[in-house]
Design a protein around this ligand. Sequence first.
Ligand SMILES: NC(=O)c1ccc[n+]([C@@H]2O[C@H](COP(=O)([O-])OP(=O)(O)OC[C@H]3O[C@@H](n4cnc5c(N)ncnc54)[C@H](OP(=O)(O)O)[C@@H]3O)[C@@H](O)[C@H]2O)c1
Length: 332
Amino acid sequence: MDFIAQDSTLLAATSALALVGLIFCTSKLASFVKVLLDVYVLKGISLKKFGAGQGAWAVVTGATDGIGKEFAKQLAKNKFNVLLVSRTASKLETAANEIASEYGVETKIFAMDFTKGDVQDFTQLGQVMSSLDVGVLVNNVGTNHDIPTPFADEDDKVINDIIEVNVKGAMKMTKLVVPQMREKRRGLILNLGSFAGLVATPYLSVYSAGKAFLSTWSQAVGTELKADGIMVEHVNTYFVVSAMSKIRKPSLLIPLAKPYVASVLSKIGLPCGADIPCSSTPYHTHGIVNWLINNVFNKTFWVNQNDVIQKDIRKRALRKREREAAAARKEN
Ligand SMILES: NC(=O)c1ccc[n+]([C@@H]2O[C@H](COP(=O)([O-])OP(=O)(O)OC[C@H]3O[C@@H](n4cnc5c(N)ncnc54)[C@H](OP(=O)(O)O)[C@@H]3O)[C@@H](O)[C@H]2O)c1
């Protein structure tokens, strides 16, 4: 009799465990299928919702190179007028002329160095923006550690610049644009995030923490602004070919800026691989990697991977510096 009772208890426990396992595996599989649908099949919210083709403007920071320049171009292609904000006036003029003649939209430029955090710059830029119907703000401008460097040895200027540009710059730009977006109950704010903010990255500690700030801040502010008809999207990004990444050759995981930006603009509102509010990882392979990071192994594992990768990059960067210094000595 006892044996029968024990057997049935064991059977019940095994069945319960099997059921929990089934529910767990099914939910994981369903979340992975959703990522595949998002990145490969579904279309995001149309840019028309934010004023494309209706005289609205897109404001892009860091718009003279890399991802920012591509945003400026593709938003113009989608019939936004574009205000390009960046550091170098001559590069701004060239980019704005290129865009105006290629896409037949209006362009304006504003030159400022975000590392200065100059109140006057932001006030003047605010005045320019308040005269425009701004539908989209792309908080793209960013700066990074020159090479992976231990925090204790990092230059104070580099640390301050990263905070001033990547963190404070995005907040100040958002403050400038939100009042008019609120009034019109329409607007899209894209904040350029990084996988360095998803997984803490030793030797790029300040950049990594700044991007984590951007992720958390986007979730909070995005939730606040939803009721005002404003959409905030933290755009989570793995490597893209650019001056900042110092990667020149595209690969399956590392796209050129053009397909990368096209993925962002075609997937607005879809989380793709991201599993937090107001966030998207729109580039297809980035989305899948984001899902893997969230679902396979734990964060300690991924941080340790970053540690190994960054130590290796640092070693190579230091060797390159030595080679360059030796070549310079030879020349003199
Ligand atoms: N590339 C990647 O692999 C990657 C990965 C994850 C996230 N992201 C993020 O994507 C964003 C764009 O990166 P990117 O790779 O396209 O960078 P990039 O190629 O280095 O371009 C940076 C742009 O920002 C401008 N800029 C830099 N410092 C500035 C400052 N102090 N004041 C004003 N403008 C300044 C540059 O202007 P000048 O031409 O005058 O220098 C340039 O137009 C960044 O937020 C970055 O963190 C990039």
